[in-house]
Design a protein around this ligand. Structure first.
Ligand code: HEM
Length: 239
């Protein structure tokens, strides 16, 4: 049987922040849909031509979204505080524990992320050496933190456009702030899909790391065996 060792992966605090974020963000997106329904202005297209309406009536009906504006607003304005507090504590933890060094991109991340992409697309073999996260993960995870901050700032601007008129104006005015908030939500949803696919591909050991905090690693026989041999060889001398 191959030798195995347990390797610490994610600190408890990061696991808590991560798993609190998941349902909270899901509720934010869901309640956002309930609000957006009341004034669904966005579409992909040009002139009179619409390729995709956000969101088709069939989508709204299938999810029972229509006429739930008040419910959406009350959920959104409660859970936004949880989202903000959890996000703020997570970023503070990254900074104070120095974990940010493992997650923020460094100067070679852009070049290495390209190699990771080619590797994932099965175009190139071999990966650049990595620490906790590869370069593509560093960029994606840091991007998602910035997106979270963006969602909070744009959300605050459209929540209190009169009191926070300076914030609203800084984001290009109410209409722009609203569009930015919407685009960030679409990006979150796309990140989520890619993230889940990657987690499934990475497998159980990697997923368990985010739940239990450790990964199990096999020790290659080349390292494991000489030790056993050494014990066997020294045994007669000791007796
Ligand atoms: C069912 C939902 C989810 C699952 C199963 C999941 C799973 C995972 C796993 C296994 C990792 C560790 C990856 C590794 O060690 O290589 C991870 C990290 C991460 N995930 Fe998720 N995730 C989920 C939802 C989300 C959501 C909704 C977000 C945010 C939008 C998110 C953001 C992150 C971030 C930022 C990290 C890096 C955390 C750090 O080390 O500080 N995840 N996720």
């Amino acid at each position: 049987m191959p030798n195995k060792k347990i390797i610490k992966k994610h600190p408890l605090a990061i696991r808590w922040f991560h798993w609190i974020n998941f349902p909270v963000l899901a509720i934010m997106i869901w309640s956002g849909l309930l609000i957006y329904w009341a004034n669904d202005v966005y579409r992909l297209g040009w002139g009179d031509k619409t390729i995709l309406k956000f969101f088709p009536d069939s989508f709204n009906k299938a999810l029972n979204i229509p006429f739930r504006l008040a419910e959406g607003m009350s959920l959104h304005f409660v859970f936004m505080w949880l989202f903000a507090i959890n996000g703020l504590l997570y970023v503070l933890y990254l900074l104070f524990s120095k974990e940010y060094k493992l997650i923020f991109p460094n100067k070679s991340s852009l070049k290495e992320a390209w190699q990771v992409l080619l590797h994932d697309l099965r175009i190139k073999k071999g990966l650049p050496p990595q620490k906790k996260y590869n370069a593509a993960q560093r960029i994606a995870y840091t991007g998602v933190i910035i997106m979270g901050l963006g969602s909070l700032v744009t959300g605050l601007a459209i929540y209190k456009p009169v009191q926070l008129y300076w914030l609203c104006a800084g984001l290009g005015g109410y209409e722009w702030a609203r569009a930015e908030h919407f685009i960030l939500t679409i990006l979150f949803s796309l990140f989520f899909v890619v993230h889940i696919v990657q987690v499934i591909i990475a497998g159980w050991n990697n997923f368990r790391g985010m739940v239990a905090g450790f990964e199990v690693e096999s020790i290659p026989p080349a390292i494991a065996e000489p030790e056993e041999e050494a014990v066997a060889n020294t045994a007669p001398l000791n007796t």
